[in-house]
Write a protein that binds this ligand. Structure first.
Ligand code: F6R
Length: 608
C-alpha cells in the first residue's frame, strides 16, 4: 500500500530513488513521483502509471537535480490515480515536499481548517493536508514543525519530508505504517521495506511508532514524539540482492512458487531435531501451553486461509478449540478473548493494518500473542509476545505463494509441538508425524514438477467466466486459497465451496461445461467428495480433480486429474496448494494478465 523512499548523500538522488521505487512497486503501482532539492529549489516530477513512466518522464532521473530527495509509488486511497493525486505533494510556497504511506483519518477536518486559512489544495488526497500544515507551523526549525504537524494527525503514516531551507537533510517519521532507515557510509536512506535498501546497505534502523529521524549524508538522529533523542540499535539484513531479483524467471510469482521447497525446508529444518520439534525461539512455557483453553488464529487474505488449514492440525493434535477469525472482523466482534487464550497472528509482511489492529485488541484483553511473520523486525513481530519467523525470504509478487506455504509449515510445527507438550499425542505418532512433516519439501518439489502439464489445463479453462473449487475439511481450506489465487491474478470469478454444501443451493449454478476443481486429498473422505463430483457431473460440469497418488478410482469420475504425492492428510494442504498456484499462474498467463502486479491490488496492506 504505497512505497516511499528517501536518499541523502553525495550522488545524484533521482536515479537512486527511481531504483528504490522499482523495488517497492509491488506495494502500489497506479502512479509515482520524486522530488529532489538542488540550490534551494525543489524539483518535482510525478505521473500516472508505473515507475517506467516516471523513468521516461525524468530521463531516468537526469532531469531532476539534487543529492537529497524523496520518492513514492502509490496505491490510491483518497482520489483517483491521476498526476495531481500522485505524491510527492508540495506546499503552496514550494518549500516543502512530502511523501506518505498510510491514511490520515481527520484529513477532511484539517483540509477545511487549512482552506479557511487560505491554503490552496491541488489534489484530492488526504496527504496534502500534511504539507500545508508544515508550511503553517514552520518557523525556521523543521523538527519542531514536523512534531507540531504529527500531533495534529490521526491515522497512520510513514512520511518522508524535504525542506528547501534544510538542503542537506531528510526527515522521516512514522506512526502505524512501516518505515526503515538504511545506514550507509556517506549516504543514508529510508524506505518502506528492505528490498529498496539492500542494494545500498545492510545496516538498518527500525523506527517505532511516534519516532522521527533526521538524516544527513553522515548522520542519523532519532527522536521521540516529544523531540527527545532516542538511542537506536542497528540491525543487519540477511536477505541478499539476488533474493529480490527475478533471477531469470518470467515472473516473481513463478520464481517464488519454485522456491517453496527451499523456503519450507529453511522454515522446518532448524526446528526439527531427532524427530522432535524444538521451538527454542519462543518464551511460552510448557505450563502456559497446557493452560490455554482456546486458540484464536487471526489474519487476512491468504494468511487467513493458511489459518483455516492449520486449524485442523492444531485441533486434531492438541484437542483444543481453534477459532479462525478474519482480522478485519475480529476487532469489531467484542471478542471473547482472555488470559487463557493463545492468539496466533499470521502475516507475511508483518505490516497488515487490520491484523495489527486485531492483535492490539486481543492483547489488551489479555491474550498471549504468538506471531508467525516473514519480515524480521516488522510491526507485528515487534508487538507480539513471541515470534516464529517463516524463513521464506523476500516475497515480491503481490499474490503470496511461499509466504502461505511457510505459514502452513509453522502452524504444523506448532501443532506438533503443542500436542507433545499437552500430552495429547503418543510418542510413536509424534515421531512419525514429525518425519512426515520433514518430507513436505520433497512432496512440494514433486508437485512443482507437474508444471509442464499445467498449461494444457490452463488452455482448457482460461476462458471460463467462473470456476468452482470444492473440497471437504482440509481440502476445503485449500479450495479457499486456490480460488483466491485464481481470482486475484487471472480475474476469473472463482468460488470455493465446502463440497457437501453444494446441494444446499449452489448446485443451481452448475450447467453444461461449468469447470469444477474438486480437491480429494484425504483418502478417508475422498468417497464423499466423489459423490459430489458425480452430482456436478450429472449436471454437465467439467471436473478437474486433485487427488493423492493411489486413489485411482477418482479417474473414473473426473475429466482431468492431477495426482500429488501421498501426504498425511492433516499436512496435505502444503503440497496440494502447489498445482492450484500453478494453474492460477498459467490461466493468468493465457489471459495476458500482469501476474506480479494484479489490477487494484498491492502487497502489504497497510490501510484498514
Ligand atoms: C493474496 C495475498 C493477500 C495477503 C494478505 C495478508 O495472495 O497475498 O491476501 O495474504 O493481504 O498479507 P500479510 O500476510 O502480509 O499480512
Amino acid at each position: 500500500m504505497c512505497g516511499i523512499v528517501g536518499y541523502v548523500g553525495g550522488q545524484s538522488a533521482a536515479p537512486i530513488l527511481l531504483d528504490g521505487l522499482k523495488k517497492l512497486e509491488y506495494r502500489g503501482y497506479d502512479s509515482a513521483g520524486i522530488a529532489a532539492l538542488h540550490d534551494g529549489t525543489i524539483t518535482l516530477r510525478k505521473v500516472t502509471g508505473r515507475i517506467a513512466n516516471l523513468c521516461a518522464l525524468t530521463e531516468d532521473g537526469k532531469t531532476v537535480p539534487g543529492t537529497v530527495g524523496i520518492g513514492h509509488t502509490r496505491w490510491a486511497t483518497h482520489g483517483a490515480p491521476t498526476d495531481q493525486n500522485a505524491h510527492p505533494h508540495t506546499s503552496n510556497d514550494g518549500r516543502f515536499a512530502v511523501v506518505h504511506n498510510g491514511i490520515i483519518e481527520n484529513h477532511l477536518q484539517l483540509r477545511d481548517e487549512l482552506q479557511k486559512k487560505g491554503y490552496h489544495f491541488e489534489s484530492e488526497t488526504d496527504t496534502e493536508v500534511i504539507v500545508h500544515l508544515l508550511e503553517h507551523y514552520y518557523r525556521g526549525d523543521l523538527k519542531t514543525a514536523v512534531l507540531k504537524v504529527t500531533a495534529r494527525l490521526q491515522g497512520s503514516y510513514a512520511l518522508g519530508i524535504l525542506c528547501a531551507d534544510a538542503p542537506d537533510q531528510l526527515l522521516a517519521v512514522r506512526e502505524a505504517s512501516p518505515l526503515l532507515i538504511g545506514v550507509g557510509i556517506g549516504s543514508n536512506y529510508f524506505a518502506s521495506d528492505v528490498t529498496a535498501l539492500v542494494a545500498h546497505t545492510r545496516n538498518i534502523i527500525s523506527l517505532e511508532d511516534g519516532e522521527l529521524a533526521i538524516l544527513t549524508a553522515d548522520d542519523v538522529s532519532v527522536f521521540d514524539c516529544a523531540g527527545r533523542p532516542v538511542q537506536k540499535s542497528i540491525s543487519r539484513i540477511t536477505w541478499d540482492v539476488q533474493a529480490a531479483e527475478k533471477g531469470g524467471y518470467a515472473h516473481f510469482m513463478l520464481k517464488e512458487m519454485m522456491e517453496q521447497p527451499a523456503a519450507v525446508e529453511a522454515t522446518l529444518s532448524p526446528r526439527i531435531r531427532n524427530d522432535a520439534v524444538c521451538l527454542d525461539e519462543i518464551t511460552l512455557s510448557d505450563e502456559t501451553i497446557r493452560s490455554f483453553r482456546k486458540i484464536v488464529i487471526t489474519a487476512c487474505g491468504s494468511a487467513y486461509y493458511a489459518g483455516c488449514a492449520g486449524r485442523y492440525a492444531i485441533e486434531h493434535l492438541c484437542r483444543v478449540p481453534v477459532q479462525v477469525e478474519l482480522a478485519s472482523e475480529l476487532r469489531y466482534n467484542n471478542p471473547m478473548i482472555d488470559g487463557e487464550t493463545l492468539l496466533i497472528v499470521l502475516s507475511q509482511s508483518g505490516e497488515t493494518a487490520d491484523t495489527i489492529a486485531a492483535l492490539k485488541e486481543c492483547k489488551q484483553r489479555g491474550a498471549s500473542v504468538l506471531a508467525v511473520v516473514n519480515v524480521v523486525g516488522s510491526t507485528i513481530a515487534r508487538l507480539a509476545d513471541d515470534v516464529l519467523y517463516t524463513w521464506a525470504g523476500p516475497e515480491i509478487a503481490v499474490a503470496t505463494t511461499k509466504g502461505y506455504t511457510t505459514q502452513l509449515a509453522v502452524l504444523y510445527l506448532f501443532a506438533l509441538y503443542a500436542a507433545h507438550v499437552r500430552g495429547t499425542i503418543d510418542e510413536p505418532t509424534y515421531a512419525k508425524l514429525v518425519r512426515t512433516l520433514r518430507s513436505a519439501p520433497s512432496g512440494m518439489q514433486q508437485a512443482l514438477d507437474l508444471n509442464p502439464k499445467i498449461p494444457k489445463l490452463a488452455k482448457k479453462y482460461h476462458r471460463s467466466p467462473s470456476i468452482f473449487f470444492i473440497g471437504r475439511n482440509t481440502d476445503y481450506a485449500v479450495a479457499l486459497e486456490g480460488a483466491l489465487k485464481m481470482k486475484e491474478i487471472s480475474y476469473l470469478h472463482a468460488e470455493a465451496y465446502a463440497a457437501g454444501e453444494l446441494k444446499h443451493g449452489t448446485i443451481a449454478l452448475i450447467h453444461d461445461g461449468q469447470p469444477v476443481i474438486a480437491l480429494c486429498c484425504n483418502p478417508a473422505i475422498a468417497a464423499k467428495t466423489m459423490s459430489n463430483i458425480i452430482e456436478v457431473k450429472a449436471r454437465g460440469a467439467e471436473v478437474l480433480a486433485v487427488a493423492v497418488r493411489g486413489t485411482q478410482e477418482i479417474a473414473s469420475v473426473a475429466d482431468d486429474l492431477i495426482f500429488i504425492p501421498r501426504m498425511e492428510p492433516l499436512f496435505a494442504a502444503i503440497v496440494e496448494i502447489v498445482p492450484l498456484q500453478l494453474l492460477a499462474y498459467h490461466v493468468a498467463k493465457e489471459n495476458g494478465c500482469d501476474i506480479d502486479k494484479p489490477k487494484n491490488l498491492a502487497k502489504s496492506v497497510t490501510v484498514e
